[in-house]
Design a protein around this ligand. Structure first.
Ligand code: NI
Length: 180
């Protein structure tokens, strides 16, 4: 088409172009959302990302033995992920005000003077935070107790320390799990 020169010609050209545009039906462009998502290749939070780790050979050999001990379902990546999660839970559990669940396991001799009473009193004083207690009579003298605790981390740790510090408790350990 020759280039229009006069303003009349330009007007005619525009009118023709508008007619031509109106005559051709334009199909609405439909793109399925999942196709758009696929083409973006945006990494999602749970996508596995690769990175390389450098460590001394003897540490790596020890680590591989740990991986082997954790069973056939685990490999280096799985065990590293477990260790990272464990470290994060521990760190979060240390922040005051964080809600945690704790399992306190203690071993004690029930013949120790007043020990059962003392342990009972502590658990009744903090009944709001004691979810459940399992008592196992290990032998004639020894008892094992698993106390499940719930609440703000500093309170759970101080209740645990009270129990662990009670005279007659032979040993014990608190394990915290972050629930937030
Ligand atoms: Ni017992």
């Amino acid at each position: 088409m020759p280039h229009p020169k006069s303003s009349d010609e330009q007007q005619r050209f525009r009118a023709q172009s508008a007619q031509a545009a109106a005559a051709v039906p334009v199909a609405p462009k439909v793109v399925a959302p999942e196709v758009v998502e696929h083409h973006r290749h945006k990494p999602k939070a749970n996508d596995l990302m690769r990175f390389s780790v450098a460590m001394p050979e003897d540490l790596l050999m020890d680590f591989d033995q740990l991986v082997a001990r954790r069973g056939l379902a685990k490999n280096r990546s799985e065990v590293i992920r477990d260790l990272v999660r464990e470290a994060l839970v521990e760190e979060r559990s240390a922040i005051p005000g964080t809600l945690v669940m704790g399992t306190l396991t203690i071993v004690y001799d029930h013949h120790s003077a007043d020990l059962n009473d003392k342990l009972h009193t502590i658990q009744h004083d903090y009944f709001d935070n004691v979810v459940s207690t399992m008592h196992v009579h290990v032998d004639h003298h020894t008892c094992l107790e698993v106390i499940v605790l719930q609440g703000e981390t500093e309170l759970i740790q101080s209740v645990s320390n009270m129990i662990l510090g009670t005279k007659g408790v032979k040993n014990g350990k608190l394990v915290l799990a972050s629930v937030g």
